[in-house]
Design a protein around this ligand. Structure first.
Ligand code: SF4
Length: 349
């Protein structure tokens, strides 16, 4: 028996990290949790997973839901294309697979939004088959453990090593123990090697070469955009517009407006954007304030203005629809986080 497999398995059973998605290892539960956990911390994903499962306890409940309801449940989790893909894939499972989750890797990988990582997680955790799920955490652990510094081949090498570990112990436990180890012990900075269950076998630790075998994160400069939006008010209602399904924040509702170009002022930008998006001219009443928000690849400074229509009748020229809603109805629609922040500073007088 492989000693690393045994050590990992013992540690996994002792630590017993209790996440809601570990209460049920069905393919549906693993699929939803793994999609939520992409680019998202466990602590952030946990409440979303619970409310998702309360609302959509099975594939059929997703396939028959309204996309707006799905987006509302996803609101604030980001990367909204993931929610669209879940909706699409649930329908595929109902229509093509008669409601039964596919059981092979080749079928899983064909599902929209399901990549190698998620397909392997379902295969190993739900079906206990030897498919390693390689993400950043696992690559880091494997590179340090086996002393790998050829990071170009780290995915293949990780798969090779983990596949061997899976021969000796339950693939589900190996995958999940490595996920837990990478998240809790073998962290990018200051790994807790002293308490690591596999430190005896770790080439990086035992040769004092952890730095050498650590994959360096690529630091990119995040651009900052100035954005101007309008709270267009008429008869105590405000005008909201639905973003196109494709693209960033697809399918979410937002306030009309957009990015400043060149040396444009916030007010000038808003008037131009509203004319382009809705074919109306507006009169700006007053400024609401400015909020800052960081998305994954950029930051925005969003300034909002209360406005009223000066001329024209709004038409959805570049969106998937517009609506007049009362302030009390905001909670019924899914908005990007930045817009929700702006709503919070609106003075309703
Ligand atoms: Fe990571 Fe340290 Fe454990 Fe090696 S001993 S796997 S570097 S935590």
């Amino acid at each position: 028996m492989d000693k690393i497999s045994i050590a990992l398995s013992r540690w996994y059973n002792t630590k017993n990290y209790l996440f809601p998605w570990r209460e049920d290892s069905s393919a549906y539960s693993v699929w939803i949790s793994e999609i939520m956990l992409q680019q998202t911390q466990v602590s952030t994903a946990t409440p979303y997973f619970k409310s998702w499962m309360n609302k959509f306890p099975c594939v059929k409940s997703v396939a028959t839901a309204q996309i707006d309801d799905i987006l509302k449940t996803w609101e604030g989790l980001g990367y909204y294309q993931r929610a669209h893909n879940i909706f699409f894939t649930a329908q595929t499972i109902i229509n093509k697979y008669k409601g039964v989750f596919p059981k092979t890797y080749d079928e899983l990988i064909q599902l929209k939004g399901v990549g190698d990582y998620t397909a392997s997680a379902i295969m190993s955790i739900s079906y206990n088959k030897p498919y390693p799920s390689i993400d950043g955490n696992l690559k880091r652990v494997i590179a340090r453990l086996y002393g790998i510094n050829d990071f170009k081949t780290i995915v293949e090498q990780s798969k090779k090593h983990i596949s061997i570990l899976m021969i000796y112990t339950n693939p589900s436990i190996i995958n999940q123990s490595l996920m837990d180890l990478g998240r809790e012990v073998c962290t990018p900075k200051n790994p807790k090697c002293i308490i690591c269950p596999i430190n005896t076998f770790c080439i990086g630790f035992n040769n004092n070469l952890i730095e050498k075998f650590s994959i360096k994160p690529t630091s990119k400069k995040i651009p900052i955009f100035d954005v101007s939006v309008g709270l267009i008010i008429q008869n105590n209602n405000i005008l909201i517009s639905k973003r196109k399904k494709e693209g960033l924040l697809g399918g979410l509702w937002e306030l009309p407006g957009g990015k400043l170009v060149a040396s444009e002022s916030f007010k000038k930008c808003l008037k131009r954007e509203v004319l382009e998006e809705l074919d109306i001219k507006i009169k700006i009443i007053n400024e609401i304030g400015t909020i800052k928000h960081q998305y994954s690849h950029f930051k925005i400074n969003m300034r909002g203005f209360k406005c009223k229509i000066k001329s024209g009748s709004p038409k959805p020229l570049v969106s998937d629809g517009i609506k007049w809603i009362n302030f009390n109805e905001i909670k019924n629609y899914a908005f990007p986080k930045a817009t929700l922040k702006l709503f919070n500073i609106v003075d309703n007088d």
